[in-house]
Structures are given as C-alpha cells and as structure tokens.
Ligand binder design. Structure first.
Ligand code: UDP
Ligand code: MG
Length: 309
C-alpha cells in the first residue's frame, strides 16, 4: 500500500474487548468504505487476556487493511494510542474506542472538517451516557485543560478525534513520558474544530477505569500540565507570613497600650510567621524541582509546521 495514496488511518486501543470486536469490524468497514478507497485500521492490543488477540488476528487474515499491534503488557489507553500513532500512515488519523460507546458512523463528520482544512477535530459527546461522577470529573478537567491549553473545547476527553498525520507524528515523537493527548495536541497548534457526536452506554462489561485509576489519571493530567500544585506551597507560605505579621502587630500594639506582652496571641503569631518562612523556603526549593521536572519532559520549544516554497 503506497503511503501517499492512503487517506485514512484509524487507531483503536483495545483491552479485553472480545464481545464488541466483530460489530466494531463490521461497522468500521461499512463506514470507512463510504469515505475512502484506501484506509488502514490499526488495532492496538493493550495486553488483553481474553480472546481479543485471536479475533484481531482473524480480521488481519481476511482483511489486509487491518493491522494489529500487540503490546507486551497493559500500558494504558494513552500509550496504546501513541503506539498506533507512531505506525499510522494515512493522511488523516482518527482515534476511536473499541467498546462502541462512540459511533464509528460519526467518523465522516470529523473527516469533513479535516477536508475543510482543520488540523484537528474533536468529538463533543452532547448526550453523554456515563455516570454522574465521570461527568463531574470530566467537567472539571475540561475546564482546567481549556485554561492550560488555550483551547476551550467542550469535551477534551472524547475518544473520537481526528488529526492531520503531521500532527500525530509530532505527538508520537515527543519524548516526555506523561502523555496527555489534548495538551500534546494543543502544543502543536493549528486549526481546531469540534463536532457533536453520539454516545451510548457500554454494551459489555464495565469501564476499564476503576475509581482509583480515574483519580490517578486525573492527577496525572493535572501534574503533567502544570507545576501549580508545587507552586501553591509558596502561596501558602506567603499567606502564613501575612497572617502571622498582622497578628503579631496587633499583639504588639495591644501590649504597648495595655503594658502586657505575655499574651497567647504573640506566641501564636510567632508560630504562624515562622511556619510561613519555612513554607516559603520549601516553595523556593519546589520551584527548582518543578523546573527540573519541566526540563525533564523535554517538550520541543517550537514546531515548524511547514516552510513556504
Ligand atoms: N483501553 C486500553 N487500555 C486500558 C484501558 C482501556 O486500551 O488500560 C481501551 C479500551 O479497550 C477502550 C478504550 O481504551 O477501547 C476506552 O476504555 P473504556 O471504555 O474502559 O474507558 P471509558 O469509556 O470508561 O472512558
Ligand atoms: Mg468506554
């Protein structure tokens, strides 16, 4: 298959999805055949322990448009996606979950936007069928990511997205370990669109994310994007210094007028004040730690999109 002619790559991370794979195959084939003559589907098995790998091998055998990458163990959804991105050869690269919560039939909506000149298109699950806790957490992360990236999308976390290949190639080449897809994509810039897509309940099994894993992922996202949690230590220190100083000043004035310096307030002010000094010192150390962390991510300083001939 020549690289130039390949219009579409679809990357699908798969972790124990044996029940939906056949339907996924049928629906993907029916949809993709309507928009492109040549396409590839890159199924990335992320350490499945059920029958998923066998089923995927079956697809590959009968349909060479399907490529199957098998990871050596369960790495997580994002690493699985990036593994697929590093192999994608299509002009446009889409990502999609295997559990059919988002609809393969909505890929053409995203495709239209890419054809219209956008560099990245995100799906927006207007009618989301997840529990209240998930929706609440997503809302907070959307808000946060919108601020951090400067892209105020409604639904950063939607698993149905489309990119120009150039964009995902850069993303796959980033050398930092903490992958947070919306932020990586935002770093590359470009024209971004959002389209409303459908969403339904998971048909088989439950989400591969436990509450604990969700918290871990959320915390990962926040700490990947900024060193704000470290910087709050300095803010707390400065607040402590201000409160301690005011309390101490008040205690001293009281002492001057009353002739009594042996009050509890002065003692308390001293504790808060010196606590503040310690927090500020820690905050300064954390500022350096934060900078080392940022440097260690080795994010590119800039990305040249093209050179005009
Ligand atoms: N997935 C994966 N590795 C994991 C967890 C999930 O490849 O460790 C895949 C999973 O098979 C599915 C997609 O990522 O195709 C989204 O997973 P899930 O439906 O559990 O997430 P949710 O819809 O609850 O966000
Ligand atoms: Mg799902």
């Amino acid at each position: 298959m020549s690289e130039e002619a390949l219009k579409i790559s679809v990357v699908i991370p798969i972790f124990n999805e044996e029940n939906t794979l056949q339907e996924l195959y049928d629906r993907m084939t029916a949809t993709l055949e309507t928009i492109a003559e040549k396409y590839e589907v890159i199924a990335v098995d992320d350490g499945s322990t059920d029958n998923s790998i066998e089923i995927l091998k079956g697809f590959r055998k009968k349909d060479q448009r399907w490529r199957v990458l098998i990871l050596s163990r369960n790495f997580g959804q994002s690493p699985a996606l990036y593994a697929g991105f590093s192999e994608a050869r299509g002009e446009y690269v889409f990502m999609l979950d295997a559990d059919l919560q988002v609809f393969p039939e909505d890929i053409p909506l995203l495709y239209e936007k890419l054809e219209a000149g956008y560099d990245m298109v995100g799906g927006w699950r207007v009618n989301r069928h997840d529990n209240v806790f998930r929706k609440l957490m997503s809302r907070m992360l959307n808000h946060y990511t919108g601020h951090a990236t400067g892209f105020p999308l409604h639904d950063h976390g939607c698993s149905l997205k489309g990119f120009r290949r150039q964009l995902v190639k850069h993303m796959a080449a980033f050398s930092h370990r903490c992958r947070y897809l919306p932020v990586d994509a935002a770093m590359l810039g470009g024209k971004v669109a959002e389209v409303q897509v459908r969403h339904t309940k998971r048909q088989y099994g439950s989400s591969r994310y436990s509450v604990l894993k969700l918290f871990r992922t959320g915390f990962d996202m926040i700490t990947t994007v900024t060193i704000l949690p470290l910087q709050t230590i300095s803010v707390l220190g400065i607040l402590s210094l201000i409160v301690g100083s005011l309390l101490g000043l008040h205690g001293l004035l009281w002492g001057l007028f009353q002739g009594d310096f042996s009050q509890m307030q002065l003692f308390l002010a001293a504790i808060i004040f010196f606590g503040g000094i310690q927090l500020c010192a820690l905050g300064i150390a954390c500022e350096y730690v934060g900078r080392i962390y940022i440097e260690s991510q080795r994010k590119p300083l800039f990305i040249i999109q093209e050179e005009v001939e």
